[in-house]
Design a protein. Structure first.
Length: 398
């Protein structure tokens, strides 16, 4: 009876995932959300500063910054921080700034002690920004027409201190798209983005592609100084803001915010290896929980279906395979422009995701450090400065 019980538990877990994902599917969609007519006059829009950090992003930076400069937002400033780049990133930014007065470039030549390169760059950019609103984004994100106007209008209507727009992932390869979609599904279910409107819930959200924050809320939490050695700075920014009493909301960008996470399936796994152990707050117990549970809910049912001859086991296995395959395929369609066939790869990418979790913990522990963009950050320092969920009680979350 052990196999049927395990399969019943897996099926129950996926039913819960499906319920949460259905609620996430009801989030506002920026592509369908028109700007408020009363804001169309010149003084109706708050000044917005878009802050991005770039290191060795010569291949993507021109397109990303150009997509921001092409926005129709009437009170826009773009602050691009060149963080010690060794390629043409700084020169490209200076060239763009010469042609676009809305672009301000900050060059960082040295990394101060006690900071990650990215968090230091974002802090420098925020200090140079003049907007009432700060949008933190990445140097490879592309913004569609009207994205900023629609996002600010939505955030204003909802009176949000922190607004997140979920990006559309550009992932041309089937395996890459399947892997990215599975990780995105698990992350959104874990963060409970659907429960942001429930006071005192554990829900919080933040994404590197689109974190829109009121300046006063950002300054009230100490800005990025709280996150100076936080690898998962985007998610932890959302954690600190919501549990400090800042009203938080999440929307689907509807494809108006697009990003290529990594270039290819193998690169996607490598990229996640840097972050996964940090996402588990450098705790082996939490990491091993993922290493066990992810294959249990993704690969185990398919193995039972292939190998078992017991009618009850096969029936439960069939349900425990069909539901997640359908949900995974729907996720790929929604967030990565997939066709739904990505779900058929669930048993494979599930094992890959568990392998990445284990490899992330092993490599980081053995190295005693995280190596990010050529800079070595000692594990003991990252662990000591880690922003932990347990350190931030929920009672102030609104």
């Amino acid at each position: 009876m052990l196999l049927p019980l395990l399969l019943a538990g897996v099926l129950a877990a996926w039913l819960r995932f499906a319920f949460v994902w259905r609620q996430i599917g009801a989030l506002p969609n920026l592509a369908r959300d028109a700007a408020r007519p009363e804001q169309d006059d010149a003084g109706g829009w708050p000044r917005l500063s878009v802050v991005l950090a770039a290191r060795d992003e010569a291949e993507a930076i021109r397109g990303a910054v150009s997509s921001l400069l092409a926005q129709d937002y009437p009170a826009l400033e773009v602050v691009a921080v060149d963080d010690r780049s060794s390629d043409a990133t700084g020169a490209i930014l200076d060239e763009l700034a010469a042609a676009h007065p809305a672009l301000k470039v900050v060059h960082v030549d040295a990394l101060p002690d006690g900071w990650l390169g990215k968090t230091n760059a974002l802090a420098r950019g925020a200090a140079a920004a003049t907007g009432e609103l700060l949008l933190f984004t990445d140097a490879d994100v592309l913004f569609g027409d009207g994205a900023l106007r629609r996002a600010v209008a939505w955030a204003g209507r909802e009176r949000l201190g922190h607004a997140v727009a979920l990006p559309h992932f550009v992932a041309p390869g089937l395996l890459e798209r399947s892997f990215v979609s599975l990780f995105g599904l698990f992350l959104l279910v874990h963060l409970e983005a659907n429960a942001l409107g429930r006071a005192g819930s554990a829900a919080h959200v933040g994404v590197g592609a689109f974190n829109l924050v009121r300046r006063d809320a950002y300054q009230a939490i100490g800005g990025h100084s709280r996150l100076r050695l936080e690898v998962a700075d985007d998610v932890k920014l959302g954690l600190i803001l919501r549990r400090s009493g800042v009203r938080q909301g999440c929307a689907d960008s509807g494809g108006l915010v697009r990003v290529r996470w990594q270039r290819g399936f193998v690169a996607s796994m490598r990229g996640l290896m840097k972050n996964f152990f940090a996402g588990c707050e450098f705790r082996w117990r939490a990491t091993l929980r993922h290493v066990v549970l992810v294959p249990l809910v993704t690969t185990f049912p398919a193995a039972c279906l292939a190998l078992s001859s017991d009618n009850l086991t096969r029936a439960l296995a069939t349900a425990a395979v069909a539901l997640p395959v359908a949900l995974h395929g729907a996720t790929a369609r929604r967030i990565a422009g997939g066709h739904g066939t990505e779900g058929l790869l669930l048993p494979i990418v599930g094992m890959c995701l568990a392998g990445v979790a284990l490899a992330s913990a092993v490599v980081t522990t053995v190295r005693g450090a995280v190596i990010w963009r050529g800079t070595r950050y000692p594990l003991r320092d990252l662990d000591a400065a880690c922003v932990r969920e347990s350190d931030w009680p929920r009672d102030r979350a609104v």
